[in-house]
Design a binder for this molecule. Structure first.
Ligand code: NAD
Ligand code: IPM
Ligand code: MN
Length: 367
């Protein structure tokens, strides 16, 4: 049997910097744990535009479809602000999500004990936090038609359309219920059924799917109130399911519960492939962070935790994922901090590479 395959798309800004550390960790698992992967690398986003005039070539798209898992760094940056909308770096990522049909985006927000004091919220609000936002990723206002900027009368009109079919809601709801069944069996669905018809349908379909999961306690919340509850008392949640746009915003908000956007991983999962594993792309929640790119300041943990999710969901290596997560916990407990995690006086920050070194050392010590 051939080795499982990974396509790495580092992207732009801090994407390549954090991915370099992930690559070292992938190599470690090959050398020390016998988990050998066939790794290939390609361009996405602004880097692909610079080389090919498009943020994602058809060849790269085909490679992404063929591998067992894609790991992506981040795309975008101010350099590309002037580009036509159709070739912006972000379009490359959106095409990957759409064409791979990665409809369920799992965004866990877990507060490591060592960082509980660091969140902008009170320690007791976040300590022990462990929630997952399931964000619908291939539909909604991100993809709905009609869209565009048109002339109407003597002015311009910007148009986007929020649109959800029953089957799109049904499948992401099932992913969320399945996840809740493996966790604390609590699911909160968030929409705006008070003002949007798509929200009314969302609530109806999620409720119907819930009949197949009688053990899961299902609640509904308007997304604006959900944002408030997430900052007031986030530990009331276990799994949250929501649409593409609300999920984008709520997951950035959830990032600050854990201390930094540099801590949040994600898994974007689609339907099972022939091997029974879901089609999958793993990426940190954060972007290309142009303000710190090229300075060795980026926190690689979100991207490394995304690889841990790949070990768990694509490679049946849950124990190795546990080992990697425990190693991260160890280095945080030892006080290692990239600058985004620093508030305390007298603590010197480590670089992106220094954080990679420490995690590798903790992995080594775990043997
Ligand atoms: P961003 O996530 O890139 O940065 C927001 C803030 O968080 C910045 O201050 C940044 O320095 C900090 N930050 C983010 N990741 C960090 C890390 N790993 N370590 C330390 N600090 C970190 O969001 P933005 O500034 O709104 O967007 C910048 C570009 O990235 C835009 O072009 C945007 O479209 C793109 N973006 C891409 C993705 C993706 O590729 N998945 C996600 C979000 C934004
Ligand atoms: C994310 C990002 C993307 C999104 C952009 C870069 C297309 O913000 O993954 O959260 O809006 O989905
Ligand atoms: Mn986002």
């Amino acid at each position: 049997m051939s080795n499982p395959s990974i396509l790495i798309l580092p992207g732009d800004g801090i994407g390549p910097e954090v991915m370099t550390q992930v690559r070292r960790i992938i190599d470690w698992f090959g050398e020390k744990r016998g988990l050998v992967f066939d790794v290939s690398e390609d361009l996405v986003g602004g880097a692909a535009y610079d080389a090919h005039g498009t943020p994602l070539t058809d060849e790269t798209m085909a490679k992404a479809q063929a591998v067992d898992a894609v790991l992506l760094g981040a795309v975008g940056g101010p350099k590309y602000d002037v580009l036509d909308f159709s070739v912006k770096p972000e379009r490359g990522l959106l095409r990957l999500r759409k064409e791979m049909d990665l409809y369920a985006n799992l965004r866990p927000a877990q507060c490591f004990d060592a960082l509980a004091d660091f969140s902008s919220l009170k320690t007791e609000v976040v300590s022990g936090l462990d929630i997952v936002i399931v964000r619908e990723l291939t539909s909604g206002i991100y993809f709905g038609e009609p869209r565009g900027i048109i002339e109407e009368g003597n002015e311009r009109v910007g148009i986007n359309t929020q649109r959800y079919t029953e089957s799109e809601i049904d499948r992401v709801a099932r992913s969320a219920f399945e996840l809740a069944m493996r966790r604390d069996k609590k699911l909160c669905s968030m929409e705006k059924a008070n003002v949007m018809e798509s929200g009314v349908l969302w609530r109806q379909v999620v409720t119907e799917v819930g009949k197949d999961y009688p053990e899961v306690e299902l609640t509904h919340m308007y997304a604006d109130a959900g944002a408030m509850q997430l900052t007031r008392w986030p530990k009331q949640f276990d799994v949250i399911v929501t649409d593409n746009l609300f999920g984008d915003m709520l997951s950035d908000l959830a990032a600050m519960l854990t201390g930094s956007l540099g801590m949040l991983p994600s898994a974007s999962l689609g339907a099972p492939m022939a091997n029974g594993r879901p089609k999958a792309l793993y990426e940190p929640v954060h972007g290309s962070a142009p303000d710190i790119a090229g300075q060795g300041k980026a926190n690689p943990i979100a991207c490394i935790l995304s690889f841990a999710m790949a070990l768990r969901y694509s490679f049946d290596a849950g124990e190795e994922a546990d080992r990697l997560e425990a190693s991260i916990e160890t280095v945080l407990a030892e006080g290692l901090r990239t600058p985004d995690l620093l508030g305390e006086e007298g603590v010197a920050p480590v670089t992106t590479e220094g954080m990679g070194d420490a995690i590798l050392a903790a992995l080594e010590a775990s043997l």
